[in-house]
Design a binder for this molecule. Structure first.
Ligand SMILES: Nc1ncnc2c1ncn2[C@@H]1O[C@H](COP(=O)(O)OP(=O)(O)O)[C@@H](O)[C@H]1O
Ligand SMILES: [Mg+2]
Length: 163
């Protein structure tokens, strides 16, 4: 877990279902994505909590869902459109001199696209943000019959990852 939450007095919560939820994803890429999102949540939150929640998507049960929720600064509606662009940072972050390159979310989206997933967020200024990552579940991947392709070529790079 990224450092910094404790120093700021933020509560860190992890919620996961009792049964196994397994995504079909690249383990290193998924780690990188979660570190990016958790770091953002910590950076842009002054008080309250960060919650990382693993679940099966309620809408499409073939997908694994990871929510990274914070009670932080939030993102103004007019700044939300460009969040995933390279080098994009909101004024709230730059005004407060919070460090960053503006590449984290851009790279997260690239990696998630490569894994046939999706990233989206909802945010309310001064209340907080929820970043949601949706990835194919292992079961859905196997059911789709794509497993043979992975065995032929990508077996080393594509691991079955329990997030
Ligand atoms: N959890 C969050 N709460 C508020 N703003 C956020 C959050 N995550 C990202 N942002 C905004 O999106 C911008 C882009 O994020 P990112 O691409 O990770 O860049 P960086 O962290 O290097 O600034 C951030 O600079 C910040 O303005
Ligand atoms: Mg970042």
């Amino acid at each position: 877990m990224p450092e910094g939450a404790e120093k700021k007095g933020l509560q860190l919560l992890v919620e996961q279902p009792t049964d196994n939820v397994v995504a079909y994803a690249d383990r290193r890429a998924l780690n990188q994505i979660l570190i990016n999102l958790a770091n953002n949540a910590i950076k842009f939150t002054e008080r309250g909590s960060i919650t990382i929640r693993l679940s099966r998507d309620a809408v499409e049960d073939g997908r694994v869902r990871i929510d990274v929720c914070d009670t932080g600064l939030g993102i103004a509606a007019e700044e939300q459109d460009r969040l995933f662009r390279a080098f994009s940072r909101t004024s709230a972050g730059t005004d407060r001199r919070i460090e960053g390159t503006g590449l984290g979310l851009y790279l997260c989206r690239k990696l998630i696209d490569l894994m046939h997933g999706e990233i989206r967020f909802t945010s309310v200024v001064a209340s907080g943000s929820v970043f949601t990552v949706l990835l194919p579940s292992r079961e859905a991947h196997l059911a789709a019959g794509r497993s043979s392709a992975a065995q032929a070529g990508g077996a080393n790079s594509l691991a079955e990852t329990g997030a």
